[in-house]
Design a protein around this ligand. Structure first.
Ligand code: SAJ
Length: 419
């Protein structure tokens, strides 16, 4: 059984390391953040994912998963570090570069290097291959190099890691085949081999497709608002067509994937990507659209208390990266008339004014639902009626039953519905 060293123990690296370890591999997990290493070694985890703590503790208890901050010599290296965007929406490959540099002294003939981090097209061939060849080994001949994009959905990562189909793009056929030998030990879905640049584009197009589709739904929300119709009804009815799959409108697109990845294509091909760029702009505008609706509703009331329900970028996760709720909060807090209280049952942070549900809603003049956590479905108008000062509710996700709130005397606004 080959030994595997995984660089980056975040949303992807940690579940992958745990899964490989419970499948019998000796796995060395590496993270440069000492607090993450310490927490994992203490039996905790910094990633909230259903099923992760179970597979993680099984991996650690078996002795197959060892975690530290320094890479160790292995037969397979999997790079799963972040690729954020820096100024001008360009990809920041410094984490990939640092991870690759840390394994150069360890590389030996026959090793396999696999990149999982989402990257601009051409990263494997044009960036990683020459970098790793500073070891004196020829990639594709002495060692193997492949791009294997992760495609798991935050909130269902542990299941999708083994169930999803996988794309493996080698810098040559031998590299793709070597990487396949690792993934076929735990992937139940189909494994498709291709070249590394195709695999890089597959990953980016999956998320760009979703971004463009959501932008279409968000444009529909803005049009519906002016038309006096309900965008959610339009989506539901249009999707009855056998070849239509409109996504849903909302307060904007967050997370570290869909709101970031399209820029990796735009960066390389600015002249040919007008549609992808426009979709990014439409989705980035949605938090402002929501704020304008809030201002229209309560801006004239003078000093008031606003309650935002949900801070994470989507339902049932604790990730606040690029969250539309944060953008809405940051914009509203600029208005000196707004005192803002946040509530999110999944997020704990000392940086933001987070409270329990009752404290956040008590004496509130307006409640804004931004993230559709499952816990919020339990909120009944009778609870809020006892706590709030004014019965004004704005729903950005179509989570609540409008009639129920109207029946309790609430002024109810659904973003994307003019009626
Ligand atoms: N959103 C909408 N309307 C929708 C669907 C989503 O406004 O109809 C919003 C969400 O609220 C959220 C954002 O879009 O703010 C993104 O959420 P998501 O659930 O669509 O996607 P992510 O970013 O959590 O995960 C995506 C997934 N990609 C696809 O479904 C094509 C996942 O499979 C990828 O592995 C992941 O990106 C990634 O790591 O790239």
């Amino acid at each position: 059984m080959k030994e595997i060293c995984i660089l980056g123990l975040g949303y992807i690296g940690l579940p992958t390391a745990s899964t490989l370890a419970v499948n019998g591999f000796k796995v060395h997990g590496v993270d440069i953040d000492p607090t993450i290493v310490e927490k994992l070694n203490d039996g905790g985890t910094h990633v909230e994912e259903p099923g992760l703590s179970t597979v993680l503790s099984a991996a650690l208890c078996s002795g197959n998963l060892v975690v530290s901050s320094v890479p160790k010599q292995a037969d397979v290296y999997i790079i799963a570090v972040p690729t954020p965007i820096k100024e001008e929406n360009k990809a920041d490959l410094s984490c990939i570069e640092n991870a690759a540099r840390s394994i150069i002294p360890l590389l030996k003939k026959g090793d396999i290097v696999i990149l999982e981090s989402t990257s601009p097209p051409g990263t494997c061939l044009g960036f990683l291959k020459p970098l790793l060849e500073e070891s004196g080994l020829e990639m594709g001949v002495d060692c193997y190099l492949a791009y294997c994009p992760e495609r798991v959905l935050p909130g269902n990562i542990v299941n999708e890691l083994s169930l999803n189909n996988r794309i493996i793009g080698g810098i040559n056929q031998a590299s793709a085949e070597q990487a396949k030998k690792i993934y076929e030990t735990f992937v139940c879905g189909e494994i498709h081999l291709t070249c590394s640049t195709t695999a890089e584009m597959v990953k980016l197009m999956e998320n760009s497709y979703r971004d463009v589709n959501i932008a279409l739904a968000n444009e529909l929300a803005m049009v519906s608002h002016d038309l006096g119709i309900n965008a959610w009804d339009v989506v539901r009815l249009a999707n009855l067509h056998p070849r239509v799959n409109l996504h849903l409108p909302g307060p904007g697109v967050g997370g570290h994937c869909i709101s970031v990845d399209p820029w990796f294509i735009i960066e390389k091909f600015p002249q040919s990507t007008a549609l992808i760029r426009q979709a990014r702009m439409v989705n980035d505008e949605m938090p402002s659209f929501v704020c304008c609706e809030i201002d229209k509703k309560v801006g004239h009331l003078g000093p008031i208390k606003l309650t935002i329900l949900g801070l994470s970028y989507k339902a049932n996760v604790n990730d606040i990266r690029e969250s539309p709720a944060l953008k809405i909060f940051n914009r509203l807090r600029c208005n000196p008339n707004y005192q803002i209280a946040l509530h999110d049952p999944h997020v704990s942070s000392t940086e933001y004014p987070l409270y329990d549900l009752e404290t956040a809603c008590r004496d509130s003049d307006c409640i804004v639902l931004v993230t559709d956590h499952k816990e919020f479905r339990q909120i009944r108008p009778s609870h809020l009626s006892c706590w709030v000062k004014r019965k004004i509710l704005i729903d950005t996700r179509n989570l609540f039953n409008k009639q129920e709130w109207l029946d309790h005397g609430f002024d109810f606004t659904l973003i994307g519905a003019g009626v």
